[in-house]
Design a protein around this ligand. Structure first.
Ligand code: HEC
Length: 195
């Protein structure tokens, strides 16, 4: 009898204790939670939930920010078709290169001849081998760069994103080279005006 009442008491105690609200159910402080709970995200997972928390994961850069190490920021993005807002606004962008050293001039001339001369001509007159007074295979007349008086920033826009029948040269020339090619064009114009 004594044994039975002991077992009953023991069972009741177990039930009371296991249902008690005094038991601590919230987790303790996590030490180094980044190690316990991985912050890594799967490459192709849906990250739209992160945006709500202000995390721009695999997203386009935040407006007004520039990439680390980028020396020549250009804040004007490519206009949508039919829009010319940024094309017009890009006139305000300043060319970081006022002039070219003799060595740079030689190298940038080479870049011009490799990338642009085929259409705009080795003399920058808009009459390269692909156009040849309209008898060449290119369907559109390249601009005569000797008589083209356009702000550097807008030229940069056109060379970066393309313009009309001309494609983008952003993958062939980096930003520094694109600005320098524009400086080269301007120096050739000045040279011609001086003669
Ligand atoms: C495949 C031929 C071709 C090549 C290569 C080419 N262009 Fe052009 N470019 C054109 C044509 C065609 C136009 C006229 C586009 C229009 O107004 O429709 C043009 C226009 C331009 C303009 C005027 C853009 C504007 O906003 O009106 C500039 C500046 C220019 N080119 C610079 C360059 C430079 C610098 C290079 C070399 C990095 C280059 N182009 C390479 C064909 C070419």
């Amino acid at each position: 009898m004594k044994k039975l009442s002991f077992i009953v008491c023991f069972a009741i105690t177990i039930i009371v204790v296991s249902c008690s609200s005094s038991i601590k159910r919230s987790p303790n402080n996590a030490y180094m939670p980044d190690m316990a709970y991985s912050r890594a995200y799967e490459t192709y997972a849906d990250h739209s939930n992160l945006q709500k928390e202000g995390i721009n994961y695999t997203n386009t850069p935040v407006a007004g920010t520039i990439a680390r190490g980028e020396e020549f920021p250009f804040p004007y993005t490519h206009d949508a078709i039919g829009d010319t807002t940024n094309y017009s606004a890009s006139r305000a962008a300043k060319n970081p290169f006022d002039s070219l050293s003799a060595a740079d001039f030689k190298e940038v001339e080479r870049l011009y001849l490799v990338n642009c001369g085929i259409c705009h001509g080795k003399d920058l007159d808009g009459n390269g081998p692909l156009w040849k007074d309209g008898s060449g295979p290119y369907p559109a007349a390249p601009k005569n760069l000797m008589t083209l008086h356009m702000p550097d920033g807008q030229m940069f826009y056109s060379i970066t994103y393309g313009k009309g029948q001309m494609g983008s040269y952003a993958s062939q020339l980096n930003r520094k080279e694109r600005w320098q090619v524009i400086t080269y064009i301007k120096e050739k114009q000045k040279e011609q005006a001086a003669n």
